[in-house]
Design a binder for this molecule. Sequence first.
Ligand SMILES: Cc1cc2nc3c(=O)[nH]c(=O)nc-3n(C[C@H](O)[C@H](O)[C@H](O)COP(=O)(O)OP(=O)(O)OC[C@H]3O[C@@H](n4cnc5c(N)ncnc54)[C@H](O)[C@@H]3O)c2cc1C
Length: 287
Amino acid sequence: MKPPPFAYAKPSDLAEALRLKADHGDAGTFIAGGQSLMATLNMRLSAPDILIDVGAIGELAGIEISGGRVRIGALTRYRELEDSELIASHAPLIARAIAQVGHPAIRNRGTIGGSIAFADPAAELPACILALDGEVEIAGPDGRRKVAAGDFFKGLYDTDLGPGEVITAVEFAGDSPEWRTGFDELARRQGDYAMAGLAARLRIDGGKVAEARLVYFAVGATPVLAPLAGAKLAGSTLGNEAIEAAAAALDGDLDPFDDLHCSAAMKLHLARELTRRVLTEMAGGAA
Ligand SMILES: Cc1cc2nc3c(=O)[nH]c(=O)nc-3n(C[C@H](O)[C@H](O)[C@H](O)COP(=O)(O)OP(=O)(O)OC[C@H]3O[C@@H](n4cnc5c(N)ncnc54)[C@H](O)[C@@H]3O)c2cc1C
């Protein structure tokens, strides 16, 4: 199926993009990599009058490390993250997750800003940003603001983005020796959306877990931080007993629903298995 007709604009600065969006309101839609949007247009799930392409706005590009914080511009493509030495050394969780995002053709075009804005519950990067306790940087008609990832993902494909707002970047604390990260997902085939996934970040102090952020994806309407499972790890040396207790505690943290890929019961089972796999690997000290 072909998309309905639309006009197209490619502003070269943010002010112009925001002005176009304000002029057109709901009839104007931002496009970045197009990897989700074009599919929804082709299926006629949306029919904007105009696409506002943010791809030429230099301010949205680039990866920077400053004061121990990693800042990734919204326009950064998955491929750039995959190839970036800065990401490999300062954000190993992202480096690990990115290889699981779709297929190479998707990673050549798709952007981190598009992924965060689209907020697919099975997407890898929203879960990573939440595990990293990151912030989403936003610009809009009322100026600029930052929102904690924990407050950004509101529901199924629903975020804190207001009318006329655009994501400019994501930001989070860079890797440091006291933190360990781990990631895994289970999908039917390499490149498919996950049936269940886990992005984990643990702070280790004196050989014991001081803080645990276990974030599951594809098991709810948003990425889900699991505080009960995390509490079972606190104070432990990440032995089998603590890992099994965390896996068992997921009953209280997760409330998955059936989707096209598998049942809710299967998702819970997969989330438990991922907990064992990821934490056991992290217990071995892998970043
Ligand atoms: C076959 C296939 C397999 C895929 N597999 C996966 C997968 O395994 N994991 C995964 O995470 N994703 C997967 N995707 C989706 C892919 O990651 C998309 O690239 C991503 O969801 C959207 O990024 P984009 O840059 O392409 O955004 P676009 O498609 O251009 O836009 C998506 C939405 O975000 C909005 N938007 C884009 N950028 C901004 C911004 N800066 N500020 C505000 N709003 C913005 C747009 O208006 C639109 O509503 C897959 C896609 C396909 C087609």
